[in-house]
Design a protein around this ligand. Structure first.
Ligand SMILES: *Cc1c(COP(=O)(O)O)cnc(C)c1O
Length: 368
């Protein structure tokens, strides 16, 4: 094989900011500051400020953020929660794990929940909507908030793939009851292990999460406020994340520039659908550069055989996994996406030469 373009290269990112990450590591180690220390509090304050929310609470994962949000909203047995048919399975597992019932709704061309199909899924049992902002592009929040208001529903934003994105100037994760964040290594703000957070403007929700992440205990009084969990963001991870957060705005600019290069190189190919929607007010930060190819596997296999690592999430929609016992009510757009989806390498560490190689390889596949 001539060459290899990796989907992500964490070691290269480390090289870029090695000094600051090393300083953060030695600071934590020298202080022996492991659990719920100043690095966590600093990161939470900086994250809240960046998102434009009053509070941020560090948790162990994006899943925990979703789970905690649903509990804080009082969602449980007998309740229904609307979720997109195309998302990472954790969105829906969080609903199932609080004993509520997920009700799946198809997505639109932008990979996000089709707001026009939400109302037909609402029943007297519906308590909430999880709006997922996939790949760095926000769901139609103005519309979703309007529907939620009319039907008295809670909105939780699964913003795990969209830190830094905005809609009409409002940041992802600052609109619903909570914004849920994942710092899984390959997210746009990735740690060196699992990590997550919620952001919220509601002090009761922030208090709830702060206690429940620590087995229900109020760390100041020692009082237990309920049966909780162990899902606190590690102080060491927070120290690393705080370093990377400072770079996020410039890294997002880099991603946008790369997306523009892909656009210029590929937009004349009729069988490809590129993630450029040109909707006023919507900002795309390209956590992923996910394209659709009419040639599906043939296309993604060709790229792989030419040494380009691509992701095809998800060739099998999650609701088709039998053991998840979810109702497949027929989701045509999700099914079309699952056949066609292909995410090209998109990260700050990729070189322009590699991007050019990817573009030329795609063009070659299409005989251009
Ligand atoms: C990554 C992700 C999650 C889960 O995050 P973890 O930190 O892996 O638990 C949830 N929803 C979406 C859309 C994600 O991309």
């Amino acid at each position: 094989m001539a060459r290899k373009v990796r989907f992500v290269e964490p070691a290269k990112v480390y090289e870029l900011i090695k000094k600051e990450l090393d300083d953060a590591y030695f600071d934590v180690m020298n202080k022996g500051a492991l659990i719920d220390q100043s690095h966590l509090k600093d990161f939470e304050a900086n994250l809240a400020k960046y998102v434009g929310s009053k509070y941020a609470v560090g948790l162990n994962s994006g899943y925990d953020a979703l789970h905690m949000s649903l509990r804080a909203a009082g969602i449980g047995a007998g309740d229904e929660v609307i979720v997109p048919a195309h998302t990472f399975v954790a969105t829906t597992s969080a609903v199932v794990n609080v004993n509520a019932t997920p009700v799946l709704v198809d997505v639109a061309k932008d990979f996000n929940i089709d707001a026009d199909k939400i109302e037909e899924a609402i029943t007297p049992k519906t308590k909430g909507i999880i709006a997922v902002h996939l790949s760095g592009y926000m769901a139609n929040m103005p519309r979703i908030m309007q529907i939620a208001e009319q039907h008295n529903l809670v909105v939780v934003e699964d913003a795990c793939q969209s830190l830094g994105s905005s809609l009409n100037g409002k940041m992802a994760g600052s609109i619903g009851l909570t914004g849920c964040w994942s710092f899984y290594p390959f997210k746009i703000l990735g740690g060196y292990g699992d990590g997550g957070a919620i952001t919220t403007n509601d002090p009761a929700v922030a208090d709830y999460a702060r206690r429940m992440r620590y087995n229900g205990e109020d760390r100041e009084t020692g009082e237990y406020h309920g049966h909780g969990f162990t899902c606190l963001l590690d102080n060491l991870q927070a120290a690393f994340l705080d370093v990377k957060l400072r770079y996020l705005p410039s890294w997002i600019e880099r991603r946008k520039a790369l997306a523009e290069i892909y656009r210029r190189g590929l937009s004349d190919i009729p069988d490809l659908l590129l993630p450029h929607y040109d909707r006023v007010g919507f900002d795309h930060i390209y956590q992923n550069y996910t394209i659709r190819s009419k040639q599906g596997n043939e296309f993604s296999d060709y790229l792989k055989s030419n040494g380009i690592e691509v992701l095809t999430q998800f060739r099998k929609p999650y609701y088709k996994h039998e053991r998840l016992k979810l109702e497949d009510r027929g989701f045509p757009e999700t099914e079309a996406i699952s056949r066609e989806v292909c995410s090209l390498p998109m990260n700050v560490e990729i070189t322009l030469e590699e991007v050019e190689y990817i573009i030329q390889t795609v063009r070659k596949f299409y005989g251009k």
